[in-house]
Design a binder for this molecule. Structure first.
Ligand code: SF4
Length: 349
């Protein structure tokens, strides 16, 4: 189990996942370095919950999502998955052919762009037909009934199965993509920025629909987004990522109102508080996110942190539980985490 919990209902236990992409150069394409897109991330996802992953572009959240659905193979680490509630955990990265096929059914993904996610030359029935056939729906009539049922579950008319993607609006297309992800009754859906390409007026409809489907079908979501207010609305717990690492992890409420990490503070400072007379001080993050091929020494956030101390430039803070709340994890020398404060030299600040 990861260090955060030994909860019995953990569906996916992400252990020390790294995803490094080689940088090649020269005539012989020698590897001269690596882009460390995800660098030693450990998290767990409980059955039936929504775990939010948030951070700026390039923080590694989408790469981590693609590792979970095995679109990308991690460089190192384990993805321990529990297929049945009373079954054993199995590493998704070392399954045999049959188990791997089963895992594809259990773990699905919804992508950011509903326009490129659907093949423009296939009508909806054809687009849904293939995954259903592959996963054992041999009867054509039953497949058609299933497609009708799926479309109705996302509040679309069953007759829309004969239409082509260009006949739908962005919101309708994303609802179709969600229905397609649910075709084969998955347990876990990784949602990669599922509403960021949609108009604000449509976003709430899609988010509410996702919540309803979760309740109805007991789905588990990993919800990836850069917008903290959207993630807060959807998630039970949120992991904040910066430059390939998790820097803070807490329940959505805790993170929103009692954040500890200066990066979380900066992200939240951009969101208005929905209470008259209350506002947060806006913290502008200076400069760009450093290159994941050459991350800064010490704390990776130190080049942009408004609370930086000398120790931050040389010592990397570990993600550790807060003394007053073991479910709230923070990677910052300033946070009052277990076994941490004592290690900071008195003259460092
Ligand atoms: Fe800022 Fe230092 Fe904390 Fe990093 S460890 S977030 S640089 S205060």
């Amino acid at each position: 189990m990861s260090n955060q919990s030994n909860h019995t209902e953990i569906l996916l236990d992400i252990k020390n996942i790294k995803k490094y992409y080689p940088i090649q150069a020269g005539l012989f394409r020698r590897t001269i370095g690596h882009v460390k897109a995800v660098d030693d991330v450990s998290l767990y996802v409980k059955r039936g919950e929504t775990l939010g992953l948030v951070g700026e572009s390039g923080c590694g959240k989408t790469t981590l999502g693609k590792c979970i659905v095995r679109l990308h193979r991690p460089t190192e680490g384990e993805l321990r998955y529990r297929f049945d509630e009373d079954g054993e955990y199995k590493d998704l990265l070392s399954l045999d052919k049959k188990e791997s096929f089963n895992a594809r059914k259990k773990i699905q993904m919804v992508f950011q762009d509903p326009y490129s996610s659907l093949n423009p030359i296939k009508n909806i029935l054809t687009a849904f037909d293939e995954p259903l056939r592959i996963h054992g729906w041999t009867n054509a009539n039953e497949r058609k009934e299933r497609v009708a049922e799926l479309l109705e579950s996302v509040n679309l008319h069953a007759d829309y199965m004969y239409r082509y993607p260009n006949e739908f609006s962005g919101g309708q297309r994303q609802r179709i993509c969600i229905a397609r992800a649910m075709c084969v009754n998955p347990d876990l859906i990784v949602c990669d920025e599922p509403v960021s390409a949609l108009d604000v007026s449509i976003q709430a409809q899609v988010l509410n629909l996702m919540k309803d489907l979760q309740k109805e079908h007991g789905l588990t979501y990993v919800f990836i987004a850069h917008d903290l207010s959207v993630v807060e609305y959807m998630s039970d717990r949120i992991a904040v990522m910066y430059l390939g690492k998790v820097v803070e992890l807490a329940s959505a409420k805790k993170l929103y109102y009692h954040f500890e990490h200066p990066y979380t503070e900066a992200l939240l400072s951009a969101i208005p508080i929905p209470k008259i007379g209350e506002k947060r001080q806006r913290i502008i993050l200076e400069g760009d996110v450093p290159s994941p091929a050459n991350p800064p020494a010490g704390c990776r956030f130190h080049t942009r942190c408004h609370k930086v101390m000398d120790i931050c430039r040389v010592k990397s803070p570990e993600l550790r539980p807060m003394k007053n709340d073991p479910d709230h994890l923070v990677a910052c020398h300033l946070a009052d985490t277990v076994e941490d404060i004592a290690e900071i030299p008195a003259d460092a600040v």
